[in-house]
Design a protein around this ligand. Structure first.
Ligand code: F0G
Length: 432
């Protein structure tokens, strides 16, 4: 049996060659289901370890190293890869202390080609667009998906189309989408509305949708889990903690971890904790009521990447939390920016949304959900340069309603040795 598309609600199956994103029968979200029985005799820790450091396309990619578990049937000449993945897993004591635990790893997905984890999903989705013979690809985005789509579409020779709201997109992300040559459409509507628009337009105009409702995106993104486990020599940590917006990443993590476990590549399932910004927390609110009901909301947060009030992948994220006995937490913008300042000052750096991971771990430790001795991997989803404006404004103390607890003030000096010396001698150096 090859891979198939399967509805997560009614289990109806469809061939992977059909251009669909949700179940035509009941509207449920689709999974790409692989033949795990066949895979069991094919893949092993040693099999994937033998590809580490490969110089050969496509196995030089941290996504396609796991091709058998991502898209086994795709002919290599249709794969569009930069290559992505192979990102660092940092261990940092100062940040572990800040979070309140002994052992903290940070997986930096901002080290992907366009500076965010989206590249892992995009190589999966754009490659599938080529399998399906689609010439145009589109997404609605808070910024990173559009940057990634624009790059991968250009690389593949496809037309990229991106919709984003006309305010609050971080300048670095907008610059990327424009530079990579996508058709950039600013819409006077928020992300949640833009995603509806893009889905409707794509059906009418025969355009392939590359938002995370597309199950092939999630197949790429789940390799973050595969790579972490491989970097930890297949010893699963206790917790995986990540930010949650449209909930594609956390959904992909749940699926990926379950597959690793089912195939015997890891011996236990880590628990997934999804962290939302307080002003964009529909999953957290639903978690509070035991997922008995879900209400969408109007979203507001400084972490514009996750300013999402009606996440498309809600049911899959619930499933990921339930599968792994995970948790959902919320953090304030203040907590996000403080954690970001700490991550940045450690020399690792990330964009605001990514800092939810560390802020969330800290909070879950305070609440006793994560224990001090447990091993935790936090996911940093985007690069520090993505939202330079938020960073500079924080350090200048210019963010409304946010106190710059860890500000690194920029000094101004006249053209004189004395003036500069006085500044240097007055600096107090504290190790992050
Ligand atoms: N972190 C960053 C930096 C993001 O850009 C996003 C999502 C997330 C976290 C949340 O991930 O949606 O899978 O729960 N950005 C999307 C975009 C929505 O359009 O770039 P998620």
């Amino acid at each position: 049996m090859g891979s198939i598309l399967q509805c997560m609600d009614c289990a109806q199956q469809y061939p992977t060659t059909q251009v669909i994103y949700t179940c035509p029968a009941c509207g449920g979200l689709l999974d790409v289901i692989h033949d795990l029985d066949a895979l069991r005799s094919q893949v092993s820790r040693e099999f994937f370890d033998s590809r580490l450091g490969s110089l050969d396309f496509p196995y030089n990619s941290g996504v396609w190293r796991y091709k058998e578990m991502v898209n086994p049937e795709i002919p290599p000449d249709l794969i569009v890869s930069h290559p992505e993945g192979n990102t660092n897993l940092y261990k940092h004591q100062g940040l572990a202390d800040y979070a309140g635990i002994k052992s903290l790893y940070l997986k930096h997905e901002g080290e992907n080609p366009t500076g965010s984890f989206k590249d892992r999903g995009m190589t999966g989705g754009v490659s599938q667009a080529r399998v399906l013979g689609m010439n145009r690809v589109a997404c609605a985005s808070t910024g990173n998906t559009s940057a990634s789509l624009a790059s991968y579409a250009a690389f593949a020779g496809l037309q990229g189309i991106v919709l984003f709201q006309n305010k609050q997109i971080a300048i670095g992300k907008l610059a990327q989408a424009v530079a990579y040559g996508a058709a950039c459409i600013r819409v006077d509507a928020d992300f949640d509305r833009n995603i509806q628009l893009v889905r409707q337009l794509s059906t009418e105009l025969d355009i392939y949708v590359l938002n995370s409702v597309n199950p092939f995106r999630l197949e790429g993104q789940k390799t973050i889990m595969f790579e972490i486990m491989q970097q930890l020599r297949w010893q699963a940590p206790d917790w995986i903690v990540c930010p949650g917006g449209n909930l594609g990443n956390s959904s992909a993590f749940g699926k990926g971890l379950r597959e690793l476990y089912a195939l015997g590549l890891i011996d236990k399932l880590p628990r997934i904790a999804i962290i939302q910004a307080e002003g964009a927390n529909p999953l957290y609110r639903a978690y509070q009521n035991g997922f008995s009901h879900f209400n969408s909301m109007h979203a507001e947060t400084i972490a514009t990447a996750i300013k999402i009030g009606n996440p498309v992948n809600y049911p899959k994220a619930v499933r990921a939390v339930q599968w792994t006995e995970g948790a959902v937490e919320e953090v304030t913008d203040q907590e996000i920016m403080d954690a970001k300042a700490k991550i940045d000052a450690s020399g690792i750096g990330c964009e605001p949304a990514s800092a939810c991971s560390v802020a969330g771990i800290r909070k879950l430790v305070e609440k006793g959900e994560i224990r001090r001795g447990e091993t935790v991997v936090g996911i940093l989803t985007g690069h520090v340069l993505k939202d330079a404006e938020a960073t500079i404004s924080y350090h200048r103390g210019e963010l409304d309603g946010i106190e710059s607890h860890y500000a690194n003030h920029i000094h101004d000096a006249t053209d004189s040795i004395e003036a500069i010396r006085a500044i240097i001698e007055g600096i107090h150096f504290a190790r992050a």
